[in-house]
Ligand binder design. Structure first.
Ligand code: PRP
Length: 214
């Protein structure tokens, strides 16, 4: 049978995923010494990894060209989920938050507010839930710049250690949601390759539960 294909988010999550795979006994030599190759065999050949940017991981899994994916809940919340999310992998922990210049009360006053974010859908839903009409501006990276430049009153962004906010005179006004890496599965693959997927997910879950004590 052809290998199960899993799309991994390049970068920080990739490293933690490789460590997790090795803990369940998968040989990850090709992922550790990958060079510029983008499709890599993992373990005994029953698994094949694809390296991609987070939004593309979701696209590949939704379209069924990858059976599984490892991607952050932040990207899932932003892009929606037309797939199964079957396991919280416990790493890549951070949170969505509304952050503002230190000492400013974002919720005060009647003036219309502007918020910059790399995650406009998450931001829109958050303010809709509050019954607030806030203008959202999409920024691709280093969103912290927007309030510093006077473009926005605040940002909706990922906070991990809080160092970026602190070093730029910003602070969390409100925590919106927790984020961590998730194992996602294409809907058809979940039916057609149920046994293999459940075996892999079960092994990963055992290690994750052992580590997080859940
Ligand atoms: C993320 C996020 C913050 C930073 C938070 O950016 O957008 O800027 O990390 O981390 P901290 O709380 O530990 O300081 P990332 O490094 O992913 O790059 P980006 O700005 O290009 O999105």
């Amino acid at each position: 049978m052809k290998p199960l294909r899993i799309a991994l988010t390049k970068g920080r999550l990739e490293k933690s995923t490789v460590e997790l795979f090795e803990k369940i006994g998968l040989n990850c030599e090709s992922l550790r010494e990958k060079g510029r190759k983008l499709i890599l065999p993992v373990g005994d050949g029953s698994l094949e990894a694809v390296l991609a940017k987070a939004p593309d991981v979701i696209t590949y899994v939704e379209q069924g060209v990858c059976d599984l994916g490892v991607v952050g809940k932040d990207t899932i919340m932003e892009q929606g989920s037309r797939f199964f999310e079957i396991l919280d992998l416990g790493f890549g922990r951070c949170a969505f938050a509304l952050a503002v210049p230190k000492g400013v009360n974002f919720f005060e006053g009647y003036r219309g507010k502007t918020v910059a974010s790399k995650y406009p859908n998450v931001a829109r839903r958050f303010f809709e839930g509050r019954g607030m009409d806030v203008r959202i501006i999409k920024i691709e990276g280093s969103v912290e710049l927007a309030p510093l430049l006077g473009l926005a009153d605040g940002i909706v962004d990922i906070v991990e250690t809080g160092v970026t906010l602190r070093e730029n005179g910003l602070e969390v006004a409100e925590r919106i949601a927790g984020v961590s890496a998730r194992l996602i599965v294409n809907a058809a693959s979940m039916k057609l390759r149920k046994k293999e997927i459940e075996t892999l997910a079960g092994q990963l879950e055992t290690v994750v539960k052992g580590e997080t004590g859940k």
